[in-house]
Design a protein around this ligand. Sequence first.
Ligand code: CA
Length: 258
Amino acid sequence: MHVNRWIIALAVVVLVLRVGRVEGTILFEDDFNDGTYADMWLTYNGSSFGVEDGVFALESGFGTDDARAVVKSHLWNTDWKEYVVDFDFKIGEYASGGKGHFALLFNVQAINDGYNRGQYYQFYSWLDAVGLHRMESLACSSTTGLAGASYSAVGRSNLSLDTWYHGRLVVLRDSITGYVGHLDGTHLDAPLFTFDTSGISAEYAYNGPIALKAIGGATNRYDNVHVTVIPEPSALIMWSLFGALCISAGCWRRRRAA
Ligand SMILES: [Ca+2]
């Protein structure tokens, strides 16, 4: 019984490390229920930004610039290193019709006017596929892959337009994992991708805050943005060992009582 309990405790450690389901220090949160975004976000380009019914709406221009909103209070803060982003999103339709796209930018170092311009990573979906990009160009829309190779869609998402979803991005020192699930709050589907970042050169190992995005003349909606620090693995292991000791002690007491 002892061994089984330890296995369960260790499994919890592994799960926590992989999924990041730990209440760490809150880096940032905004539910937009105060009716404004301007206190928390700095906006770039786009056609319009506003809060409607407690939801942040970003309207992009068709064929022009992306609409992007960066966390204001932590702008270019390089202390964001290992964290979990939870957010709700709804993808609007392109002005050209039929398509849509959402993107959560992270480890943002710079955002520049234009299409896909800046220095940041991007967790995105084109309705039926999901991917990870690193934008590294200040002058053009270069989307070079994370490890130096061309890198685009890495998983299937089967999302629909005008439907609320929940997204989660787990940013660790050596991996990036993206999830998209339904908005019932009960579960997230299996990871859409996990990317090993160990091959990224120091030049591109950005740290920084997050941003939200809309393109193609669409209006994307975001809500309940929540960013927490992932506790140091040593702290997680200590807590798990403590939990395992408690479980084992309970087991021992039951045997004594039997
Ligand atoms: Ca809200």
